[in-house]
Design a protein around this ligand. Structure first.
Ligand code: MOS
Length: 783
């Protein structure tokens, strides 16, 4: 048997996977029935907490005067570093970090001492009977801080750069060949520096925690998190509770983009406050606090050196990144990965430098590393093309990587050429005048740009449970989250097809750590992991039911060998003679089984489910001779095409046309998938043209921590977008062939915009965001 996925052998015509189903949670969302974390308002005795934060970025709390605040009506408690109960563990210790797992990304918890490390660091938690009372009391609270001179960023004159190498996973980059020598010898050399402003995730739904101690040693938290299991693990360690005594519930999310992956201080502070006062506590971050409470994409600079032949073949790539990190953690997104893997190039080297500054720890933000890294390599490829008079697509084809340059492994699948071809066709790339700065529409300078995107298939694993009822409906459960992108819908589709029932007959329950543990919605792993584990769980269920059938004298399958039985769209039948068999419902009813449960551990990115599913179904694996999936490199790919109109007098850039063509393995639902790609591309257009959070160089305080001052694209900024998928059947990823598309959507998009501006104006902008002042300044320079 070849290695095409088992799912589509048995469910080829059952038809709901791959269909553009509308979101099954859509009605609940638009009618307000969908309950978000801040909306658990009916808990008995619920009270409200607000954070009082520091105005200065560095210093020490010298005095706290609570007297006026205490006199305010409704005040129940004011917690500061002097009286907040101590957590059992914090991630400041190695023991704490190990117990907390991957979500303890920022190792600092405020309110443990008088020290202030970053602007808007919480200095008090004020709890009152109403939100307004808590806000009023917080306003009356007097906290005096002796300020010290902060460091604002890696660009600060006092910044001390260091190389973290072994301290974080991006520090050591895969070195191949002799990059410096190859660069020096290259006939064509390009060196350029790219900068990226601090960006914030700005999900529509702010961080919110409702902490409810159901007993002295049992906590339920309604929280806005991308992964309930990660959160449960970290919180239980913070609080010194067994993991199953902490329950985390996240039924709906209004976005996250990475910012809701790690556990952040407000959640821990709300839980500690709730315990201390013995009532459920609700703490919702304000929009300004969203800029100082849940991480950000770090401000950074990359220098890329490219050596090439006169024919445009890459000979050397040297990448250097410098960025800002917090006083405690060596976090930096790993930009070099995509520079290393995107094109065939014999020599590569990367280094990373960090500077500590008075800012909280940065965090994962949509395609961490790949997104800014692609801006560097994809701008440089465009420069190289222009310098050598080669079409931008052609230069990418000349450097096409037929195997993974990072590991030398063959790709599990790669349809990037098809993405280029289809994208060019949809966009009308052949109408592009190869000369820069000559295409006009009235007064406007018109430019066409394109760029490549790619994102790795990270390994994920998780459990799912499927309970099938004899009346033909099913309940599917996993401790997954729907970040807003359609998890409820796509997993319902997968379960329906696996079971051979209609999607209306499936209820998918997620968002609760009491459900089977699975991966977070992050790293583009959710769809593939959840789908695969549901597939495996259904195989487990069929295996149990097959045993029932072969022992049942009334079954057409009586005394058949279980390995000779297959299940096709809910019908158990003999492989050799499909007419001999029966529907699961008939069998279950006759056997007095009102329902039956299957469970499974799905593993993703390792090609594990197929073998496991076969072993489960047949009692043995028949994949012994199959290529080892671990010997393949797994990535999604895509190509983005952008048209801009640049106003030469105002310097404004308007994106007037957009095409994204993505190859991400099996597309479970083209409607929700299309929204994912549009969302990622819009976020990339935002980072390209407007998004930047500015820290005051002297005070290290954000000057634009609001949605009035931090600009994100609105509908009027975005043209009609064309999104297409290349149909890709990847036999190695997992039983479902799903690669994940949440992040490949943004990779390359900033470069596509920058390349279009270059084509329109003949000016290369390398400082993000490319705001009108920078465009005008560039236009004043000679081309
Ligand atoms: Mo994402 S940055 O893995 O939520």
């Amino acid at each position: 048997m070849d290695s095409e996925s088992a799912f589509f052998e048995t469910n080829a015509t059952s038809g709901t996977v791959g269909q553009p189903l509308s979101r099954i949670d859509g009605r609940a969302k638009v009618t307000g029935a969908a309950k978000y974390s801040a909306e658990y308002n009916r808990l008995p005795g619920l009270v409200h907490a607000v954070l009082k934060t520091s105005d200065v970025a560095k210093g020490r709390v010298t005095s706290i005067d609570t007297s006026a605040a205490q006199r305010e009506p409704g005040v129940l408690a004011i917690f500061t570093h002097q009286n907040l109960p101590k957590p059992a563990l914090t991630p400041a210790t190695k023991e704490g970090r190990e117990a907390m797992g991957p979500s303890a990304q920022m190792t600092f918890l405020p309110l443990q001492s008088d020290q202030i490390f970053y602007a808007a660091q919480p200095v008090a938690v004020v709890v009152a009977d109403t939100l307004e009372h808590a806000q009023q009391a917080a306003a009356k609270l007097r906290v005096t801080i002796a300020p010290e001179t902060p460091i604002a960023s890696y660009q600060d004159a006092k910044a001390q750069l260091f190389n973290p190498y072994k301290d974080y996973n991006g520090g050591v980059q895969g070195v191949r060949g002799k990059a410096a020598e190859a660069f020096a010898a290259a006939p064509v050399q390009l060196t350029a520096t790219y900068t990226h402003a601090t960006n914030h995730h700005n999900p529509m739904e702010p961080g919110a925690t409702v902490a409810h101690w159901e007993a002295a040693d049992r906590l339920t938290v309604y929280d806005t998190v991308q992964g309930v299991a990660w959160h449960q693990q970290a919180l239980s360690a913070y609080l010194g509770l067994p993991q199953d005594h902490v329950r985390v519930i996240t039924k709906y999310l209004g976005g996250g983009f990475g910012g809701k992956s790690a556990i952040w201080p407000h959640t821990v502070l709300a839980a500690l406050a709730a315990k201390a006062i013995g009532r459920p506590v609700k703490l919702v971050l304000t929009r300004p606090q969203m800029f100082t409470s849940m991480g950000h994409r770090e401000d950074q600079q990359q220098t890329l050196r490219v050596g090439a032949s006169k024919e445009g073949k890459l000979l050397a790539l040297l990448h250097e990144k410098t960025s800002t990190t917090s006083p405690w953690d060596n976090y930096a997104e790993t930009n070099a990965n995509i520079v290393e893997m995107l094109y065939a190039c014999p020599a590569f080297e990367a280094t990373t430098k960090l500077s500590r500054a008075n800012v909280m720890t940065a965090t994962w933000m949509r395609a961490p590393g790949e997104s800014p890294g692609s801006f560097a390599i994809e701008s440089a490829m465009d420069d190289l093309a222009a310098q050598l008079g080669i079409d931008p697509i052609e230069i990418r084809l000349r450097n096409y990587a037929d195997k993974d340059p990072s590991t030398g492994k063959p790709w599990s699948s790669k349809s990037l050429k098809a993405c280029y071809q289809r994208g060019a066709e949809l966009f009308g790339w052949n109408k592009r005048n190869p000369k820069n700065g000559v295409t006009r529409d009235g007064n406007m300078l018109v430019g066409y740009g394109m760029a490549t995107g790619s994102y790795p298939v990270h390994n994920g694993q998780g459990n799912a449970r499927v309970r099938l009822y004899a009346d033909g409906h099913a309940v599917v459960q996993a401790g997954a989250t729907d970040i807003g992108t359609g998890t409820y819908t796509i997993i319902t589709q997968v379960a329906a097809d696996c079971l051979g029932i209609a999607p209306e007959k499936v209820r998918f329950e997620l968002g609760d750590s009491a459900l089977p543990t699975t991966i977070l919605s992050g790293g583009s792993m959710g769809a593939g992991t959840y789908a695969s584990s549901v597939y495996v769980a259904v195989q487990d269920l069929w295996q149990k039911l097959t045993k029932v059938a072969v022992l049942d004298a009334k079954s057409p399958l009586f005394r058949a060998k279980p390995a000779d039985v297959e299940v096709v769209q809910g019908r158990l039948q003999l492989k050799a003679n499909p007419s001999k068999g029966e529907d699961f419902a008939a069998l279950m009813k006759r056997s007095n089984l009102t329902d039956l449960e299957g469970s499974g551990l799905g593993r993703y990115g390792a090609g594990y489910e197929l073998a496991q599913a076969r072993a489960t179904a047949n009692g043995k694996s028949d994949d012994a001779g199959r290529d080892d999936p671990g010997q393949h490199a797994m990535h999604s790919f895509g190509a983005h095409f952008c048209e801009v109109h640049v106003d030469p007098e105002l310097g404004t850039v308007r994106v007037t046309k957009w095409v994204s063509v993505i190859a991400g393995g099996r597309i479970l639902n083209p409607k929700t998938a299309r929204s994912q790609i549009m969302g990622g591309a819009i976020m990339g257009i935002g980072a390209a043209l407007m998004e930047q959070t500015v820290r005051d160089p002297n005070l290290a305080r954000y000057t634009n921590a609001s949605l009035a001052d931090y600009h994100v694209p609105v509908n009027a900024d975005i043209p009609d977008m064309r999104v297409e998928f290349i149909d890709e059947h990847d036999p190695y990823i997992n039983a479902m062939g799903v690669k994940g598309i949440g992040e490949v959507s943004i990779v390359g998009t900033m470069a596509a915009v920058g390349n279009a501006i270059f084509h329109a104006t003949g000016r290369r902008l390398r400082d993000l965001p490319m705001t009108p002042n920078k465009v005008l300044a560039a236009l004043r320079q000679p081309a």
